[in-house]
Design a binder for this molecule. Structure first.
Ligand code: PPS
Length: 300
């Protein structure tokens, strides 16, 4: 397997404010090179707030473009090497920028969690296709909480009550969920090469979302091809697959919580107390009052 030469990090990083959002040094250490990154017109940028379904959409795109052509890629190259995390600099593996610059594929699939205003400008200048996935705030917060518990390269999450307060305040790595989802939604109004997707729609009808995505990408995929992709990107299949489940990363302690945890809409109901939910809803109304963006927190 490529790129797995790193050991457990024992000290969790500090969260600090940088360029108007909260980050850790893993995402600021290579800042200038990230901002100077030269996108190519056929690059595809996968943009998300953390825990919105990045790995899922990355694997879907990877299979759509390269699933048929390179069978060994599917069994030997982990998803985080196929789809570099642009702003990352974890020191023990090449930076996201170096990985992206050395990608042998066309198109290059590149992942970012940066909010819209901090995306390197060459992506916009080159009119690259951007696939954005958003997830409802409550499930996103729950998923992020468990991720911070298990991932030793994230700041400590504190207890759940503390955690949701910080989430509401935007004091999380990559900043405010509210600003992130809203920022890309606004961008879509003037930048037409942006496909805005919802995690909830993907759970409800993955095939339909796959069709819409293929059409955005101008890919003509047959029903059979789509079925093959669907089988591979099912939650259970990705959870079993070492190339997509992140089990190859020592910093992630799966005995605390696995990366592929539940993959559901509505798990927030198992976490929020009635009082926390009321407070969250009240705050949400204020934060989201000036947007046409609507989320579903449950599906039938
Ligand atoms: S990261 O670390 O930001 O890249 O994480 P990300 O991949 O964005 O989000 C992880 C959550 O997505 C869920 N997931 C899926 N759900 C349904 N089906 C599929 N195939 C799938 N793949 C990933 C994953 O389980 C995490 O959500 P939770 O709610 O924690 O389970």
């Amino acid at each position: 397997m490529e790129g797995l030469n790193f050991s457990l990090i024992t000290t969790r990083p500090e969260l600090f404010e940088y360029e108007g959002i909260f980050l850790t040094h893993y995402f600021t250490d290579n800042w200038e090179n990230v901002q100077k990154f030269q996108a190519r017109p056929d690059d595809i940028l996968i943009a998300t707030y953390p825990k919105a379904g990045t790995t899922w959409i990355s694997y879907i795109l990877d299979l759509l473009y390269f699933g048929g052509a390179e069978p060994e890629r599917q069994t030997s190259v982990p998803i985080y090497m196929r789809v570099p995390f642009l702003e990352s600099n974890f020191h023990k593996i090449p930076t996201g920028v170096d990985l992206a610059n050395n990608l042998p594929t066309t198109p290059r699939l590149i992942k970012t969690h940066l909010p819209v205003q901090l995306v390197p400008k060459s992506f916009w200048e080159q009119n690259c296709k951007v696939v954005y996935v958003a997830r409802n705030a409550k499930d996103n917060a729950v998923s992020y909480f468990h991720f911070e518990r298990m991932n030793q390269s994230q700041p400590t999450p504190g207890d759940w009550n503390d955690y949701i307060q910080k989430f509401m305040d935007g004091k999380k790595v990559f900043g405010s969920w509210y600003d992130h989802v809203h920022g890309f939604w606004e961008k879509k109004q003037t930048y037409f090469n942006l496909h805005y997707m919802f995690f909830e729609d993907m759970v409800e009808n993955t095939d339909h979302e796959l069709e819409r995505l293929s059409s955005f990408l101008n890919l003509s995929t047959s029903k059979e091809e789509r079925e093959k992709v669907l089988n591979n990107v099912h939650f259970d299949a990705m959870r079993q697959n070492k190339m997509t489940n992140y089990s190859t990363i020592p910093n992630m302690i799966f005995s605390i919580s696995p990366f592929m945890r539940k993959g559901k809409v509505g798990d927030w109901k198992n976490h929020f107390t009635v009082a926390q939910n009321e407070q969250f809803d009240k705050h949400y109304k204020v934060k989201m009052k000036n947007t046409t963006l609507k989320f579903r927190t449950e599906i039938s």
